[in-house]
Design a binder for this molecule. Structure first.
Ligand SMILES: NC(=O)c1ccc[n+]([C@@H]2O[C@H](COP(=O)([O-])OP(=O)(O)OC[C@H]3O[C@@H](n4cnc5c(N)ncnc54)[C@H](O)[C@@H]3O)[C@@H](O)[C@H]2O)c1
Length: 352
């Protein structure tokens, strides 16, 4: 069997995780790279042994040896690159969020429906070991009906700067950047219910806090502190047609004691905490049990999850099986994200 020739488009920070995982997959040849910044792409090509450094997207799409692409660019360009890649009949793994708006999401889905190609959204947390283990318990009915979930991803200091905080390039702040992960993981584990109503708030009281000294944080490849047109905190209550609800808060900065990551699900038979550490809660013999699975990674294991995500994508390309994070899920999550921004802007509940 011939290998899948993969190109990585956008060779900034997250691309390393794609490259490393592709390099470990025996069914892949890292064929080419492309970035606005040619030297950056060239460096990655040398590092990971890519055969080609493309000078333009047109050149990449006209190369008939390419089978699949990873899109690791600014959110603003996900839709146009994904649609063009689909038109050239390529398999696609696009980083989260799928795009910036619901309108773009529908346009991508419409094009994807015309092609018999794998389309995977980078919901990497679905591929974490702790998620897979919890999902197996949920699928076995151990939590019963999940009617409530609570997700928190708050950074006390973590405005990544650059394009991430230019709303025209990112589509929003912590909500669309990191909120997307925890909203998706709750929604996925809750059984992907249809959204019914959303209320939410966004705040921009603290800015990027570039004055803070002696505390390091994540920065984008082209770090720049001059622009900051995104929220620094968002919260929301999302209600679903089956009556379940999800409460979320996310921040790039907050006067909090420490960063916090929490993903909690509550059902009619049991509950679970996925983050900060997997625990399954149950009741037996009139006794409440907090059960901790004995596994290597109780919390999100970035490297393993990326490897699983890429392996799963390539397996779909090879076998034709539908992805575990398909385009329609990306569309539903865009509806929720856009709904929260709309609810915050209009200061009223959004109904579907
Ligand atoms: N899955 C995760 O946990 C995770 C983590 C971080 C970032 N991301 C996502 O990955 C994507 C990239 O984020 P990053 O942190 O690597 O950003 P980055 O700024 O470090 O890198 C982005 C790169 O893309 C290039 N680029 C942008 N638009 C381009 C275009 N149209 N054509 C060619 N090159 C282009 C830039 O020059 C830059 O080198 C974003 O969508 C982000 O949301 C996902």
């Amino acid at each position: 069997m011939s290998k899948i020739n993969v190109c990585v488009i956008g060779t900034g920070t997250i691309s390393d995780h794609h490259f490393k995982a592709y390099a470990n997959n025996p069914d892949v040849t890292i064929y080419g790279v492309y970035d606005y910044v040619y030297e950056r792409a060239q460096k990655k090509a040398e590092q990971y042994g890519a055969k080609k450094v493309f000078k333009s997207l047109e050149e990449l799409f006209l190369d008939t040896n390419v089978d699949a692409v990873s899109i690791c660019t600014w959110n603003k360009t996900h839709a146009e690159i994904a649609i063009e890649a689909l038109k050239h009949d390529l398999h696609i793994l696009v980083e989260k969020p799928l795009c910036m708006t619901v309108e773009e999401a529908y346009a991508i889905q419409e094009e994807a429906d015309k092609h018999n190609k794998v389309f995977q959204v980078g919901f990497v947390r679905r591929f974490g070991t702790n998620t897979k283990v919890l999902k197996s318990f949920i699928d076995a009915g151990k939590l019963g009906n999940i009617y409530y979930a609570k997700a928190t991803y708050t950074r006390r200091l973590g405005n990544p700067g650059g394009w991430f905080v230019d709303v025209n390039k990112s589509g929003g702040g912590p909500l669309i950047d990191i909120g997307v992960h925890i909203i998706d993981i709750c929604w996925y584990l809750m059984g992907r219910p249809k959204v019914k109503s959303i209320s939410g708030n966004t705040y921009n009281h603290l800015g990027n806090r570039k004055n803070v000294k002696n505390l390091s944080f994540y920065k984008t490849a082209d770090y720049d502190q001059t622009e900051n047109t995104v929220e620094d905190l968002a919260n929301a209550l999302i209600t679903f047609e089956n009556g379940a609800s999800l409460l979320v808060d996310v921040s790039y900065t907050l006067h909090a004691k420490e960063d916090e990551l929490g993903v909690k699900l509550y059902g009619t038979k049991g509950g679970a905490e996925l983050e900060p550490e997997l625990v399954i809660i149950s009741e037996e013999n009139d006794t409440i049990l907090n059960m901790q699975p004995q596994i290597d990674h109780l919390t999100f294991d970035f490297q393993n999850a990326f490897q699983n995500e890429i392996n799963s994508f390539i397996e779909c390309c090879v076998t034709g099986v539908v992805s575990q994070a398909p385009v329609e899920d990306g569309v539903e999550i865009m509806k929720i994200l856009e709904g929260i921004y709309k609810a915050a802007e209009t200061k009223s509940e959004v109904r579907y």
